[in-house]
Design a protein. Structure first.
Ligand code: EPU
Length: 445
């Protein structure tokens, strides 16, 4: 049964109140799950978000022969010791781009892997040339027929030097995973700096890998098999890493809640997050005039009701790789900019299809001019009106929820599935802070 969200808007009032908790990061747990392919003993992760993309990844791993069980509310144990296949299921792998993360460890463990092109999607073309080039440089041979790739390295992968012409997040993670199982040293240059890359390297190191330089553009991996249980507990970045490895908080979820706070809350505390991962957003909101309080693992918007939208000013946003402004927060930020005074430009530099959703915001009453596929101009403030919308992807879907909360009247957001891919039971958490939202079953939506 399909589902949709129905939201009664607040007509611009800033009345939400209370605390909202951030879950573990989608884009951290997906590579961590891929990393379990190396291990002949079970791995256990805490703070795992119960989202559709995790369910899809677990399904893929199960089809390869892994076993898993939920040992706690958000604690997941996964055992890849009986994993026997290196062929990714065509339909499942195509439905989720992150399935490509599995190719690195499968290739390193079995000397071969077959997988379909994970496909483009609504946010842009999303090529995989860098993954293929990286595997080739590690000594693998690649053949492609009808968008099905066969990669083999019968004598094992060999450490290499690889320069990313563009720093790719899953590219860095996949080649790092492959390099852990390769013979010799690999140096990844112009690698992605994202916290999710760091989280993956920390997990691999906790299992005996020798990776250094993560969090910088040059990552060095001393290859060699990993078949170890987690060693003693250690403190990494303020988090205790023990037998149960904690997934880092989702910075995109935290950032979206912060934007929601700026838009529609009087007092809102966002808990269980890592504010240091959100400097670019906090800076942009403060520039606009929003009062953001920052704690060790929380963020807060205080007494926001007194701040009229006319006193908040426009900000120009340019998405960049971490620590720049995240492309995954671009759509929620655009909703915020429809509510502040002046003209804001938004320049999406990472993906070419990631501004298409603005057409729907215009239908709601936003004043947005599209310059080209990468740039729009938002004029504010404008009052938004409730509408029926189709959630186009995970992040724009959440932006529609924010727009619906700000709008006057009722909005319906179809395709709840897209939002469920990245956010766990979002309606339950939003209800607690005063949002009038319900999930409704629908035959066609
Ligand atoms: N690129 C290439 N060739 C490749 C790979 C990437 O040209 O082989 C280009 C892309 O076209 C893009 C740029 O490199 O222009 C950067 O894309 P990247 O590879 O970093 O994106 P990704 O790894 O596929 C991850 C997140 C995305 C997030 C981007 C950017 C995961 C599972 N996905 O994607 O998250 O938008 O990094 O930060 O980590 C989402 O969570 O909704 C989402 C789309």
């Amino acid at each position: 049964m399909k589902q949709k969200f129905v939201i009664e808007g607040l007509a611009g009032k800033k009345v939400l109140n209370g605390e909202i908790k951030v879950n573990g990061a989608k884009n951290a747990i997906l590579p961590l799950l891929a990393a379990t392919i190396f291990l002949d003993k079970p791995a256990e992760f805490s703070n795992v978000p119960k989202i559709e993309d995790v369910a899809r990844m677990l399904e893929l791993l199960k089809m390869l022969g892994s076993e898993f069980e939920w040992t706690g509310e958000r604690t997941l144990k996964i055992d890849a010791s009986k994993l026997s296949s290196q062929v990714l299921d065509n339909d499942n792998a195509k439905r989720m781009r992150a399935s490509i993360l599995l190719t690195g460890p499968l290739l390193a463990r079995f000397g071969k892997v077959s997988f379909p092109h994970p496909g483009g999607c609504v946010i842009g073309e999303r090529p995989i040339d860098l993954f293929i080039e990286g595997f080739k440089k590690m000594g693998a041979s690649v053949s492609e027929k009808n968008e099905l790739f066969e990669i083999s390295a019968v004598n094992g992968l060999i450490g290499t030097e690889f320069f990313f012409p563009v720093p790719s997040v899953t590219g860095t993670e996949t080649l790092m995973l492959a390099a852990v199982g390769a013979k010799g040293k690999t140096i990844l240059k112009n690698a992605a700096l994202e916290p999710e890359v760091v989280c993956l390297a920390e997990f691999l190191n906790s299992r005996g890998a020798r990776i250094s330089g993560f969090g910088t553009p040059e990552i060095i991996i001393e290859g060699g098999r990993l078949f170890k249980e987690s060693t003693s507990s250690r403190l990494i970045d303020g988090r205790t890493v023990d037998k149960v490895f904690p997934v880092i908080p989702d910075r995109i979820e935290a950032g979206s809640f912060l934007i929601l706070g700026a838009l529609a809350a009087d007092n809102l505390k966002i808990t269980d997050c890592q504010p240091a991962h959100l400097d670019s957003l906090i800076e942009a909101l403060r520039f606009s005039g929003v009062t953001v309080e920052v704690g060790s693992n929380w963020l807060a918007i205080k007494n926001n009701e007194k701040v009229a939208n006319e006193t908040l000013r426009a900000v120009n946003i340019k998405t960049r790789e971490y620590p720049g402004f995240p492309t995954d927060l671009q759509a929620p930020m655009t909703v915020f900019l429809t509510q502040v005074f002046g003209e804001s430009s938004i320049h999406e530099t990472i993906f070419e299809g990631r501004l298409n959703y603005v057409v729907d915001l215009e239908k709601m009453g936003a004043n947005i001019k599209m310059w080209d596929a990468h740039r729009v101009l938002v004029k504010g403030p404008t009052s938004l009106k409730g509408k029926e919308l189709d959630g186009p992807d995970i992040r724009a879907g959440l932006a529609y929820i924010l727009a619906a909360i700000v709008a006057e009247g009722e909005s319906t957001i179809n395709n709840a599935y897209f939002i469920d891919r990245g956010y766990e039971r979002i309606e339950e958490r939003l209800k607690k802070i005063g949002v009038k939202i319900k999930r409704v079953d629908c035959e066609v939506c």
